[in-house]
Design a protein around this ligand. Structure first.
Ligand code: BGC
Length: 365
């Protein structure tokens, strides 16, 4: 009997060790350090300030999802002021807390080199979330929606929306807005949109009446609504006293609503205005025929993808990426998992948000 128990124990131990590919306890520990980590480990999540609904909801999704997966989440937002320094401090505190993975939605992707180097030195894996971290070899993975594609979809939506709204026009008056210059995504969105719009500006189909077409001229510091609204006020007063504005490229929903607010305050008709993020107020506006489009980048899926990576790392498995070669951050090519964004207008809103408890009800009736 005793023999049988011992034999069973031995078989169990051998099986367990065989599963980890190791032959002794110390080897198992060493291997875990190199290729995996304990199931209850701390996972840090450093998010930027809440400049859009997607970041506002990501925090709870990470806390709940990581906890459900058995990890100990340490989720922190950068506050609205002194944001970069505070995010740097938060990442350092996650390292001190022994985080095995640190997921970062960068406030300023070019100012985290020291922190991610410290994370790497402490043995933590760094995952860039939604926004790429630049000019450092210490970013292990990137998980995001295809942000250049977001820009292309926005540019195409602007063109298609104006063609449908003004079928007799042969040319259109537009203005361009971009996001915050400290967010790498802002340039990526703008580049994607200009791939579609620049040829139409060159052939005269589109006229940027203000002449402001350079990224630097059209950015919106901090992604703040008031900055977009006051720039739109200035553009309307300076260039549209007697000229009709047909369309505005807006990089996200928060800014789209600010731009529409400015236009409404000036007593002008609503032009075609693009957006991004599927924010509830913008989905309502789209259904009311005011904002033209948004982009569906379901935050639940992006967070789930990041948590899936953490699980793979914990188990010492190969991390699943679907774009190993396109994302050069200036120091290395960062293996990436990309999700596809989707354009949403009034025509496909109900279908796009089917099953989304927050958005589907807004598309009815
Ligand atoms: C995100 C957008 C968001 C913007 C402002 C970007 O990095 O990709 O979804 O609208 O930040 O928060």
């Amino acid at each position: 009997m005793l023999k049988t128990v011992l034999a069973a124990l031995t078989v169990g131990t051998v099986t367990a060790l065989a599963l980890t590919g190791c032959t002794s306890r110390s080897e198992a520990a060493a291997s875990a350090a190199a290729t995996g980590f304990p199931a209850h480990a701390v996972v840090g999540v450093a998010l930027p300030d809440k400049t859009s609904e997607n970041f506002a909801i990501a925090g709870k999704l990470f806390t709940d999802g990581l906890r459900r997966a058995g990890f100990t989440p340490d989720v922190q937002y950068a506050p609205a002021t002194n944001t970069v320094a505070e995010q740097q401090n938060q990442i350092e505190s996650m390292i001190t807390n022994g985080a095995k993975v640190i997921i970062i939605g960068a406030k300023d992707g070019s100012q985290l080199s020291t922190q991610v180097a410290d994370a790497t030195a402490a043995g933590a894996v760094v995952i860039a979330y939604d926004r790429l971290i630049l000019n450092t070899p210490n970013v292990d993975y990137y998980v995001a929606y295809d942000n250049e594609r977001v820009g292309e979809l926005q540019g195409q939506a602007l063109l298609d929306g104006m063609k449908a709204k003004y079928p007799n026009n042969t040319s259109y008056n537009i203005e361009l807005f971009a996001g915050s210059p400290d967010d790498n995504n802002a340039g990526v969105f703008f580049r994607g949109a200009m791939k579609v719009l620049q040829p139409k500006i060159d052939d005269g189909t589109l006229r940027v009446v203000s002449g402001q077409t350079d990224f630097k001229q059209v950015t919106t510091q901090g992604w703040l609504a008031q900055n977009a609204q006051s720039r739109m006020d200035t553009l309307l007063a300076g260039f549209y006293a007697t000229t009709e504005l047909d369309g505005v490229l807006s990089p996200n929903d928060t800014l789209a609503r600010a731009i529409l607010q400015s236009i409404s305050t000036a007593g002008k008709p609503y032009p075609i205005v693009t957006g991004q993020d599927s924010e509830a107020d913008s989905v309502k506006s789209i259904m009311a025929g005011i904002q033209y489009s948004t982009i569906n980048k379901d935050t639940r899926k992006l967070v789930a993808e990041a948590i899936k990576m953490v699980g793979e790392l914990q188990r010492g498995e190969k991390v699943d990426v679907n774009d190993p070669g396109s994302y050069d951050n200036g120091a290395k090519t960062v293996p990436t998992f990309l999700l596809p964004p989707q354009l949403v207008t009034r025509a496909n809103a109900a279908q796009s948000y089917r099953g989304d408890p927050a958005l589907e009800p807004l598309t009815r009736g």
